[in-house]
Ligand binder design. Sequence first.
Ligand code: SAM
Length: 269
Amino acid sequence: MKNTLKKILPDRMLNFLRKFNQPQNSINLEDYYLLEKSKITYGEDLLYTLHNSDFTKDPHFIESYNLGKDTDNGTLLKDYDIRWRIHVLCWAASHAMHLEGDFVDCGVHTGICARAVVNYVDFNNSNKKYFLLDTFNGLDARYSTAWELRRNTLMGYDKEDSDTLYNQVKETFKDFNVSIIRGTVPDTLSQVTSNQISYLSIDMNCVAPEVAALEFFWDKMVSGGMIVLDDYGYANSTNDQKKAHDEFASSKNIRILTLPTCQGLIIKP
Ligand SMILES: C[S@@+](CC[C@H](N)C(=O)[O-])C[C@H]1O[C@@H](n2cnc3c(N)ncnc32)[C@H](O)[C@@H]1O
């Protein structure tokens, strides 16, 4: 019983405890935090807070977020929202709009993040190009560990039809100045023809390609350029991503900011 309870998220916990807090179950309430739902300002994507989250009410953010969600007709994020992550990306991208340099996403999938970003920053009103890199076919076994491949299967990326996904992304971004690069990072990195990058979002769920992308783009990142690492802060023992990102960062004598969304943020010095 206790093990089951530990997996329950706070907003469902109260009802659960009422139902199961019987003497025979011997639940220790000291083991739990109970958050008063009416006071929670944000509660999704494993992030619960009472702090200000006014961005969720900003009509321009709402529009951008929904455009991102709609990239797969709302299927992927049907019962799960990631607004604070998208808020971080939109903020980083809007900062990068003040800098010279192009945008890059490594790990595009349907383009939830990139679609939100191009709307939020009014990308078409700039002379920037957005490079979108993905296999559109999940992880590449040549550059992935057994654990990463297993997670890929769990998330269903290996069951998607690659051509359908690729064509869907082409359609989503047809009105924007994008270059869609289909294939495996690191093999495709040289197809990013820009030598100045101001915004780099990395979300490939595998260590070797992510580090290769960081190494490849580091010298091309302009000063003040933003790098957002989507999976930096997962709190599981198999999180090799954080370890590898931290090793990269220390080789450049910088540190990564851990965000409560589980993203990592680097600002190029
Ligand atoms: C979590 S999804 C990215 C989601 C995306 N950021 C969005 O906005 O919806 C991870 C993506 O990384 C891609 N990927 C994984 N390994 C890759 C590699 N070595 N090269 C290119 N793409 C890769 C997968 O095909 C998948 O679409």
